[in-house]
Design a protein around this ligand. Structure first.
Ligand code: SF4
Ligand code: SF4
Length: 106
């Protein structure tokens, strides 16, 4: 479940607002807000698309698990899913190594 947007990293690009399939976020004049956390499907799309690694989606899908954003930042956990699946520039090799990616060529 989406837990936090890091106000220090977020640039208010609103990509996460557009990427979320269940309309969890609301745009504002500044940073987007997590307006409907209970509608989160833990799909990780917002974390995949955030260019600043400013989001954290907890693997716990059933209920919110409050997090410490400073600890997440220091532990390099923000954007960790994105890096793990090869969506970050530095981890592209992991995506290329994915057999299904090779088969379908995307
Ligand atoms: S995609 Fe990332 S940087 Fe852009 S508004 Fe959302 S949290 Fe902020
Ligand atoms: S994990 Fe998926 S459903 Fe949840 S806020 Fe992010 S994009 Fe929306």
């Amino acid at each position: 479940m989406i837990e936090v947007i890091d106000a220090e990293r977020c640039t208010s690009c609103n990509i996460c607002v557009s990427a979320c399939p269940t309309n969890v976020f609301d745009k504002t004049d500044g940073l987007p807000v997590i307006a409907r956390q209970g509608d989160c499907q833990t799909c990780f799309l917002c974390e995949l698309y955030c260019p600043e690694d400013a989001l954290f989606v907890s693997p716990y899908a059933d209920a919110p698990h409050p997090v410490d954003v400073v600890a997440l930042r220091q532990g390099e956990l923000l954007g960790s899913y994105r890096r793990a699946v090869g969506w970050a520039d530095g981890t592209r090799g992991q995506r290329d190594a994915d057999r299904s990616y090779q088969l379908f060529g995307h």
